[in-house]
Design a protein around this ligand. Structure first.
Ligand code: CDP
Length: 800
């Protein structure tokens, strides 16, 4: 039975609200690009061939959500009043008329691939559509690539459902779970969680018994974690999983703004674990999909026509094939809401785009009426903080009659409460200026934005196989990322996008961002797979198969860390490391620190907590301030290097009883970063207690009683450095006769980063926790270590 719905008419026609996009010669609007063919255009037809309701604009197609909401309405509490108000907004979302179709698709199929542009309502509405389904007796998980999105979505959905939120009340129906912060309760029905957290849960509960459905959101971002989740879920629904089976099938919804739907459908439809025959399978899997699934397809008449013939040709071929499939995949496309966005480019390339952004912000503020907030895409914390400072400085000199500017940074390492500020309503006579990384590209919808300024770059992780080191470099974004950024200006009204690059540069951008799995260090991913029982990594159903060299490097690293045996199976130590919410290298440091002869678990936790947040020490711009900070911080600096300095900073902060904020100000330390450190430290303490029971007296007492650790002795520092070496032997370098440092494993020359307390000092060996490449290779987060200690670790590895 073939069921399909056409949705290309929704929602632009009939509502009268949305304008037809304008076309400008130099500034193409988002609609100027060739109309995006439906990802499943091949299966579309010119007529609806479905019994499912055609969601006509402006007409109410479903009563169910209303009924559901009425049921849960409480007599006029503040929560229910807010819920009522939000219901009106929810009904205007492009996805709203599809509620019944989505439910119906999931009653008939276990898997739904749902595509819809950012802002169409996927993340907030889909879990609510499913929550009342008869098959949904347990919790629904919705994965997010970033913690800020998981938390803000949970808050929003709780409001929409008129429910308390997170851990505020045991009755809360909506919660979230991110690294180091679990805000769920016994009654949580909808749980937003980061991809990493779901992967951790699959280690404890391989068949995901606690869930009735898993919604994998933002698949187009193609993080390594999302690729792993998709592979695990594919195996789970296909029954490839070993051991216990689920009583009821798990429903899986895969949601994306721009993803390659065909590849996703192929992944779930292909019963074979190997995707090597990808290309040749394509036609057959398409058939299977159209045969057994429902498709809500938006496509223009021309492609409908062309594809109709392809479809009928292939349909008969698929009939018998689909019977052998274990799970049917439904697909759905929801057209987004997009107002025209006028886009301008720079006539000439610029090197200083921070300055270009600054000028543009003030031009907008002087010329454009309110309301209309500005969203600026920058590369990272450093550029965001420089621009924030400049905007605040210049804003002081503005005339009284121009709107005030409220600068709000938004980047992944920012603490939660600071991230949440961007969602607050803009105060009167003020314009918000959100300075964000690509976090705001698709993950987070900031309301009120009419102007986008795009620097055209983002920081990209790239693993250098030869060096065995991962770099984080500012690189040009892809066209699809630029289009996503541009679209952010037109969600609520016509908008403007200022690209801080030339049109020629844009034309040179890659079409799509390379999936992370093809460019990053895979040791974490492989350890997770091994811990999950995937022995033959090469047979895993990858959406994109990682490069052989990268796989080999990762396996070698796991072997060196002692997480894997030379037969390729995971060791007991590896299992422990996999269960820690840390990279394998940091996890290995923690395991080492728990050994009786090292006896420094508590201190190692302090260091790792400080390494897990944004910069603990404030970045200062002027030379004068830098000197002032140096003097104030001197009492925290340790000659062993940055890690011991971080330890002392955490210890002093923890010991400070009276006014921690003032302590931070005195030492030029970021108070918000330290609050984060304390939270992570607490979580790591409790996780380590169960995973790594400390065998020695001192560590165990400081772990259990949360006592501030005693003064850092030289012996303790040496112990900690040796633990650090055990996890980071690949990140070590030796002093050469010419005064340079060369890495032990790749013979790469590295220099100590100027931010290090060891900058300008010479020591026989160094170990570093970060490698930065900006025209020159820098070691960041550096400690001095003895060559003997390095030799011990190398000897251990040779002997193993
Ligand atoms: O997932 P998708 O990008 O399709 O949309 P969504 O995240 O469900 O957002 C739908 C709408 O809900 C947005 O346009 C915002 O108006 C609103 N929203 C919000 O106000 N606050 C949030 N934290 C998330 C969404």
């Amino acid at each position: 039975k073939v069921e399909a719905v056409r949705e290309d008419v929704f929602p632009q026609k009939g509502t009268g609200k949305l304008m037809k996009p304008e076309k400008t010669a130099t500034a193409p609007t988002i609609r100027d690009r060739p109309r995006r063919a439906s990802p499943l255009a091949k299966q579309s037809s010119s007529k609806p061939i479905s019994k499912l309701p055609n969601p006509l604009p402006g007409r109410k197609t479903s009563h169910k959500p209303d009924e559901q909401l009425k049921e849960s309405l409480q007599p006029a509490t503040p929560l229910s009043r807010r819920q009522d108000a939000l219901l009106h907004t929810r009904k205007t979302l492009p996805i709203w008329p599809h509620a019944d179709s989505i439910r119906s698709a999931l009653r008939k199929n276990n898997i739904l691939v749902l595509t819809g542009e950012t802002g169409s309502g996927k993340s907030t509405q889909v879990p609510q559509f499913l929550a009342s389904e008869p098959w949904c007796t347990k919790c629904i998980a919705i994965t997010q690539p970033r913690r800020v999105a998981a938390i803000s979505l949970a808050r929003r959905v709780a409001e929409e459902m008129g429910s308390h939120f997170g851990r505020q009340s045991p009755a809360a129906k909506v919660g979230y779970c991110v690294r180091f912060d679990n805000a769920t309760g016994p009654n949580t029905k909808i749980k937003f969680l980061t991809e990493g957290m779901l992967l951790q849960e699959t280690l404890r509960d391989p068949t995901l018994q606690q869930y009735s459905a898993v919604v994998v959101d933002e698949v187009h971002e193609r993080s390594v974690n999302v690729d792993l989740i998709l592979g695990f879920l594919k195996n789970l629904v296909a029954g490839v999983e070993q051991g216990q089976k689920r009583k009821h099938p798990l429903k899986v919804v895969v949601m994306s703004a721009t993803a390659d739907v065909e590849a996703l459908v192929r992944l779930f439809n292909n019963d074979s674990n190997s995707l090597d025959e990808k290309g040749s399978e394509a036609a057959e899997t398409d058939d299977t999909d159209s045969e057994g699934s429902w498709s809500g397809i938006s496509s223009d008449a021309e492609s409908d026509h062309k594809d109709q013939s392809k479809k009928s040709k292939s349909q008969s071929k698929s009939n018998s094939k689909s019977k052998s499939k274990t799970s049917q995949v439904a697909t759905c496309f929801v057209e987004g809401r997009q107002y025209p966005v006028k886009t301008t480019y720079l006539p000439e390339p610029t090197q200083d785009w921070v300055e270009s952004a600054l000028i543009r912000i003030f031009q907008i503020n002087h010329r454009e009426p309110l309301p209309g907030d500005i969203l600026v895409f920058l590369t990272g914390q450093d550029t965001i903080e420089s621009l924030e400072k400049l905007v605040n400085d210049y804003a002081e000199g503005q005339a009284k009659d121009v709107p005030k500017l409220l600068c709000l940074p938004l980047f992944a390492a920012l603490p939660q409460h600071a991230q949440q500020l961007v969602f607050n309503p803009t105060p009167p006579r003020t314009r918000k200026v959100i300075l964000a990384t690509n976090i705001a590209e698709t993950s987070v919808t900031v309301p009120g934005v009419r102007f986008v300024i795009d620097c055209g770059k983002s920081k990209i992780k790239q693993f250098r196989n030869r060096l065995g080191l991962e770099t984080l470099l500012s690189k040009p974004i892809s066209k699809s990322a630029a289009i996503q950024r541009q679209g952010r200006a037109g969600r609520e009204a016509p908008g403007q996008c200022y690209r801080l690059y030339t049109e020629e540069s844009y034309n040179d951008f890659d079409e799509r961002t390379t999936p992370e799995i093809l460019r990053c260090d895979l040791s974490h991913a492989i350890l997770t797979m091994k811990a999950r029982g995937v022995d033959e990594v090469v047979n895993f159903p990858f959406l994109d198969r990682p490069h052989r060299e990268a796989l080999e490097q990762a396996l070698l690293q796991l072997l060196n860390l002692g997480c894997m045996s030379d037969t390729g199976s995971i060791t007991e130590l590896g299992l422990k490391v996999a269960k820690l919410p840390l990279t394998p290298a940091l996890g290995r440091v923690l395991v080492e620190a728990a050994r009786p002869e090292r006896d420094c678990l508590s201190e190692a936790i302090d260091i790792i907590s400080a390494l897990s947040v944004e910069d603990v020490f404030l970045n200062l711009v002027t030379e004068e301030r830098k000197e002032e900070a140096e003097a104030a911080r001197r009492e925290l600096y340790r000659r062993e290097g940055d890690h011991m300095t971080l330890l002392v900073t955490v210890q002093r902060y923890a010991e400070e009883q009276s006014d921690r904020k003032a302590w931070c100000q005195r030492h030029f330390v970021s108070h918000r970063a330290m609050q984060n450190v304390m939270n992570i430290r607490k979580q790591l303490h409790s996780q380590s207690l169960s995973l790594l029971p400390p065998s020695s007296s001192s560590s165990s007492s400081s772990l259990t009683a949360h006592q501030p650790p005693s003064t850092l002795t030289e012996t303790k520092a040496a112990s900690l450095l040796r633990c650090l070496l055990r996890g980071f032997i690949a990140n070590t370098a030796r002093l050469m006769p010419d005064g340079s440092y060369k890495t032990l494993t790749g013979s790469q020359t590295v220099a100590i980063h100027p931010s290090s307390v060891l900058f300008g000092r010479k020591t026989e060996g160094i170990v570093f926790t970060e490698f930065v490449y900006t025209g020159k290779a820098w070691a960041r987060g550096v400690s001095a270590c003895q060559l003997d200690w390095m030799g011990e670790v190398v000897g251990e590895l040779m002997g193993s």
